[in-house]
Design a protein around this ligand. Structure first.
Ligand code: MRU
Length: 345
């Protein structure tokens, strides 16, 4: 994908506004950390790894907003910025991961003075961005081995270049398979209610001329029964120590359908998405999104006024339904507990 998902330029963070895609390709400018927090909450930027990178630059902007020469005041304000950024979206562990990494850099350089801390923070955020792209390329390189030539792949939500600093996780594996000369067809779940599949994944795949077909989420089972889907691959927002995976709502249904139809179900995610502090899926916090995402469509109410609504952004797929977890450190097979521990050691 030629367009950058996010970019640091002229002391500002530019985010490709994903709420305006596919109709408008425009960038949202963040001049302070509050802009970044707002962009994350409003889904202008989304996808766990991209959120981590955006939050890291949010920390850079936050530190730069503090006009002090006193490192203790800087430290106090950095911690406040960190808390605000972490609270934006609770399921995507990459935000916590990136913010904690930035906090560590600030702590380690505190003695060098305020200016040095600010410089080191920018260096670290830039490094986090670079590492993310490199991790996705490596995940693709390793994961594409699992993709047979001539197969049809189902994906859910958007785990592509738009959800990362570039190349993508699940779509990165697909891209790498295509680059290896394999003929692939991708079935894209539209991904109700926010439509990341129909708005973003199709846009990305079509830009790269990767053959794809959009389907409504409730069509996947019928296609599997007809033998039209050979494997499924998705991303992750948080992976518990036992291999349970939180990802976009509807992922669990896809995984169960795959199990019934004996179709391999893969998860692709960088190791920064693995949270060994959480033993199993039940412990993963699930973000609840605003009701309006369900009750309105293109700005028009589509439900009766006052209807009861549930809108969890994610669900948890137990590790037993996952064939393998593809990371940049290798393909992890069952038992996931020891496998994940090993790659994170
Ligand atoms: O609510 P979103 O759009 O941020 O959800 C994104 C997903 O669920 C992705 O599958 C996940 O973050 C992995 S992206 C590489």
């Amino acid at each position: 994908m030629a367009l950058k998902t996010l970019e640091w330029k002229n002391n500002k963070l530019f985010l490709l506004d994903q709420t305006r895609l596919p109709q408008t390709e425009a960038y949202y400018q963040c001049v302070n950390y509050q802009d970044v927090a707002k962009a994350i909450k409003k889904m202008i930027i989304r996808g766990a790894p991209a959120l981590g990178v955006a939050a890291a630059f949010g920390m850079v902007l936050g530190a730069r907003q503090i006009k002090t020469k006193n490192p203790s005041i800087l430290r106090r304000e950095i911690l406040k910025t960190a808390r605000i950024l972490i609270a934006t979206r609770p399921t995507a562990v990459n935000i916590v991961w990136a913010v904690e990494r930035m906090k560590r850099v600030a702590e380690e350089n505190q003695k060098q003075g305020v200016l040095a801390v600010k410089e080191k923070l920018l260096k670290e955020a830039t490094q986090i961005l670079r590492e993310d792209v490199a991790a996705n390329r490596e995940m693709g390189r390793q994961g594409q081995i699992l993709i047979p030539d001539g197969c049809s792949i189902l994906t859910h939500c958007n785990a592509g270049a738009l959800a990362t600093a570039g190349y993508g996780t699940a779509l990165g594996v697909i891209r790498a398979a295509v680059e290896a000369g394999k003929r692939i067809h991708v079935f894209v779940d539209e991904t109700r209610p926010f439509l990341q599949g129909s708005r973003l994944t199709t846009w990305e795949l079509m830009k790269d001329h990767i053959p794809c077909t959009l389907i409504a989420d409730n069509m996947a089972g019928a296609l599997m029964a007809q033998g039209k889907i050979h494997l499924a691959i998705v991303g992750a927002d948080r992976i518990a120590a036992n291999g349970d995976v939180a990802n976009k709502i509807g992922t669990y249904s896809v995984a169960r359908l795959c199990q019934v139809h004996r179709i391999p179900f893969y998860v692709a995610a960088p190791v920064s998405t693995v949270d060994l502090a959480i033993d199993k899926g039940e412990g993963i916090p699930i973000e609840q999104r605003p009701e309006a995402e369900m009750t309105f469509f293109c700005g028009r109410r589509i439900t009766p006024e006052g209807v009861n609504v549930l809108n969890p952004a994610f669900d948890v797929t137990p590790g037993r339904y996952i064939r393998a977890i593809i990371t940049e450190k290798g393909i992890v097979q069952k038992p996931f507990k020891s496998g994940l521990k090993k790659i994170l050691a």
